[in-house]
Design a protein around this ligand. Structure first.
Ligand code: S3P
Length: 441
């Protein structure tokens, strides 16, 4: 077991970068694999989750070079696309590790592609809900099943001929939307998906990069199946979900001043910036541009006097992965911060509402847990031992809390940080965090 031991004090400074965006890296691999021709992905996230997606495509016969020797830049992937019908049935079950995004997007993509397969994952993933993606795929006549409990394993039988669907999404979810859009690529007819609230639109933006026609009008996204994707080059920006740990870290420590380079600021992903600014954070976007269809900027953050707010529910989907660290900011803010409308946090890599509440209470912070969120009263954080529940974002959020605690924090069981942020400890130390790794037998 790997634990993080963080000593308080210090400040964050300097100019640095964080690894590539996880959501965009998954999609870049998936679309490259089914495109016609060779695609080159740069800035790819070499994390366990995205490597699980890569292994799945290799198992289905796709030739992929990962960080070819002597080639710059690093984090490069070259994919020889096999076209819409070129994937092969894998010899064994596809194990997607801890990655919910891989399972949900692949379920859609593979349902109409004539591939027969079983999808499995680690202990956490095996217990996460899957029925809500399987049922709409069945409505499209996919031959797909999950377990009776509505979990993995998922079985997909090849040869189903999919029918387009007009689908009103029951809740905001980019994974469900993307799952259905990827299934729609091989369905007969025109699929229309209506979103109750906008969620990250990386799939839509990237389909356009691969020259696939897709229309986004208001809250409706539509595409007609049966077309082809044309290989292209994709530059993946740095992940705002990884940058968020240092954005909060700089806000909560005196004398901090950092610039995080080349971060994706997709308008459906940047709510962490809006929420923190509303709390009084000093965050400036520099050198804004569009790269591979996605908005990107350098993010400058200075130490800030934060105050509590009622987080608008409209901002929840756009910051869904950042709440562990946003609630650490709330613990350091003056007054109360209320989070509501975030019940989805209960079905992430862990029950994140309980994990955050427990962790902050361990540090002596007054937190009131509700079914769909929590109320945090800012105060002085003590030290203590935090159970990460093997959840990467809980582990990193409480490592950041260590900057502002009155005595050391130990975060237990941090190995899964590798799923989304390989090199977290090195980046954190370079930025100014006093963190050492403890290995426990
Ligand atoms: C993701 C969508 C989000 C997010 C997840 C990645 C994606 O989930 O929490 O980490 O890549 O599409 P939702 O499906 O709840 O939006």
């Amino acid at each position: 077991m790997i634990n993080y031991c963080i000593s308080p004090g210090g400040k964050l400074s300097g100019r640095f970068s964080v690894p590539g965006d996880k959501s965009i890296s998954h999609r870049a691999l998936m679309l490259s694999a089914i495109a016609e021709g060779r695609s080159r992905i740069t800035g790819f996230l070499d994390g366990e989750d995205t490597l699980a997606t890569m292994a799945a495509f290799r198992a289905m016969g796709v030739k992929i070079q990962h960080n070819p020797e002597n080639e710059v830049p690093e984090n490069q992937v070259i994919v020889e696309g096999v076209g819409m019908q070129g994937l092969l049935t894998p010899a064994t079950a596809l194990n997607l590790g801890n990655s919910g995004t891989s399972v949900r997007l692949l379920s859609g993509l593979l349902s109409g592609l004539g591939v027969e397969c079983e999808l499995v994952g680690d202990e956490s993933l095996m217990s996460r809900p899957m029925r809500w993606i399987v049922e709409p795929l069945q409505k499209m006549h996919a031959s797909i099943t999950c377990s009776e409990k509505g979990t993995l394993p998922i079985h997909i039988k090849g040869g189903a001929s999919l029918t387009a669907i007009d689908y009103e999404m029951p809740m905001p979810s980019a994974q469900l939307k993307s799952c259905l859009l990827l299934a729609a690529l091989s369905a007969n007819g025109r699929t229309c998906i209506h979103e109750p609230v906008a969620t990250r639109d990386h799939t839509e933006r990237m389909l356009k990069q691969f020259a696939y026609q897709i229309e986004c009008e208001g809250s409706t996204i539509s595409l007609t199946g049966g077309g082809a994707l044309k290989a292209t080059d994709i530059e993946v920006p740095a992940d705002i979900s990884s940058a968020a740990f240092f954005i909060v870290g700089a806000c909560i420590t005196d004398g901090s001043d950092i610039i995080i380079e080349n971060v994706g600021i997709n308008p459906n992903r940047d709510a962490v910036i809006h929420i923190l600014r509303e709390m009084g954070a000093s965050i400036t976007l520099l050198d804004e541009k569009i790269v591979s269809g996605e908005p990107v900027a350098d993010i400058q953050v200075k130490s800030s006097e934060l105050h509590g707010i009622d987080i608008p529910e409209s901002l929840v989907p756009g910051a869904i992965d950042e709440f562990p660290v946003i609630m650490v900011a709330a613990a350091c803010a003056k007054g109360k911060t209320r989070l509501t409308g975030a019940e989805e946090l209960r079905i992430k890599e862990s029950d994140r509402i309980t994990a955050i509440v427990d962790g902050l209470q361990t540090l002596g912070i007054d937190v009131d847990e509700q079914p769909d969120g929590m109320t945090v009263t800012g105060g002085k954080m003590a030290g203590g031992e935090i159970n990460s529940r093997t959840d990467h974002r809980i582990a990193m959020a409480f490592a950041i809390a260590g900057l502002n605690a009155s005595s050391p924090i130990t975060v237990k069981d941090c190995a899964n940080v590798e799923t989304s942020f390989p090199g977290f400890v090195e980046v954190a130390k370079t930025a100014g965090l006093d963190l050492i790794i403890e290995e426990q037998a």
